[in-house]
Write a protein that binds this ligand. Structure first.
Ligand code: BTN
Length: 268
C-alpha cells in the first residue's frame, strides 16, 4: 500500500478529518495498533493500513486470515460520544459503507448479512470488527475492516467458509489504494449521518440489501440456537426475528440459514 496514492483517493472531508495515516508492510493487527495509539494518547482520527497481519482478529474471538497482497486490512480510529448500545448500529453502517464503495463497479449484487458481513450469494467478501477504547475524555471506536482482495484458490480453500474476492466480482480490479480510499470516504460520510440521526436513516436501505430478509434462519448465540423468520432490522440495528413466541429483538449472535433455506440455495 502506497501512502501517497491512498491520500490521492481520499476526498477533501476525510483528508481533513483524519489527522494521521499509518501504513505498515506487516503488523500483528491494525485494530491492535489502533488500540495502542489510543493508549499512548492521540488527538484526532487516525487511519491504519497494513499489507499483511500476523494476528488479524475476527469477530467472536476468531482469527482473520491476512496474507500479504491478498486482502485489505484497515482500521479507522475515530472519537465519539456514544453509548455501547449505539455501537451495534454503527457496525451495520460500516458494512453498508463498504457496499456503497464498491457496488457501482461490481457485476454481482452485494448483500449484507447481519450484523456486518458483506456477501455475494453465500460467499463472504468482507468482515467488520468494531472495538471500543476509552481515554480520559472520549470513547474511541476502532472500525476494523477486512476485504478479500485477491485470494489464490489455495488460500480460498484454507478459509473455513465459502469466500469471494474483489478480483472475482469486478470487471477491472481497482488498486488496493483505491479500495481503501473509497471505503474510508463512504464510511466517514456515513459516520456524520449516523452522528446526527442515528441508525434510523439507514434502516430501509439496510433491509433492502439484507441477504436473509424474510427468510427462515437460525440465530446462534453461545449455546443457544433460535429459529425463526428474519424481519430485517429495527431503527437501532437489532435483528427482528419472528418466532413461535412472537417477534424477538436480537442484539447479538450469528445468522445461519435454516435447513429449508439451505436446500433452496443448493438447488440454485
Ligand atoms: C469478521 O470476523 O468478519 C471481522 C473481520 C475483521 C478483520 C479486520 S482486518 C483489519 C482489522 N484488523 C484486525 O485485526 N481485524 C480487522
Amino acid at each position: 500500500m502506497e501512502k501517497r496514492q491512498l491520500t490521492e483517493f481520499l476526498a477533501p472531508a476525510p483528508l481533513k478529518a483524519i489527522s494521521e495515516i499509518h501504513v505498515f508492510s506487516q503488523i500483528d493487527s491494525t485494530n491492535a495498533q489502533a488500540a495502542r495509539l489510543v493508549e499512548n494518547g492521540l488527538q484526532g482520527a487516525q487511519l491504519i493500513v497494513a499489507d499483511c497481519q500476523s494476528a488479524g482478529r475476527g469477530r467472536r474471538g476468531r482469527s482473520w486470515f491476512s496474507p500479504s497482497a491478498s486482502g485489505l486490512y484497515l482500521s479507522l480510529v475515530y472519537p465519539f460520544s456514544i453509548t455501547t448500545d449505539a455501537l451495534q448500529g454503527l457496525s451495520l453502517v460500516t458494512a453498508l459503507s463498504i457496499r456503497s464503495a464498491i457496488q457501482n463497479l461490481a457485476n454481482e449484487n452485494l448483500q449484507l448479512k447481519w450484523p456486518n458481513d458483506l456477501l455475494v450469494g453465500n460467499k463472504k467478501l468482507s468482515g467488520v470488527l468494531l472495538e471500543l477504547c476509552n481515554d480520559d475524555k472520549r470513547t474511541w471506536v476502532i472500525f476494523g475492516i477486512g476485504v478479500n482482495y485477491k485470494l489464490s484458490e489455495e488460500q480460498k480453500l484454507a478459509i473455513d467458509r465459502p469466500v469471494i474476492d474483489i478480483q472475482g466480482i469486478l470487471t477491472e480490479t481497482p488498486s488496493i489504494e483505491w479500495l481503501a480510499g473509497n471505503i474510508v470516504n463512504c464510511l466517514l460520510e456515513n459516520i456524520d449521518i449516523f452522528t446526527n440521526s442515528g441508525f434510523a436513516t439507514f434502516r430501509t436501505i439496510w433491509n433492502r440489501y439484507d441477504r436473509y430478509y424474510g427468510k427462515d434462519i437460525v440465530v446462534q448465540n453461545g449455546t443457544s440456537a433460535r429459529p425463526g423468520r428474519s424481519l430485517g432490522v429495527d431503527e437501532s440495528g437489532s435483528l427482528l426475528l419472528l418466532t413461535s413466541e412472537g417477534v424477538q429483538k436480537i442484539s447479538g449472535g450469528e445468522i445461519f440459514p435454516s435447513l429449508r433455506e439451505k436446500s433452496e440455495v443448493s438447488k440454485q
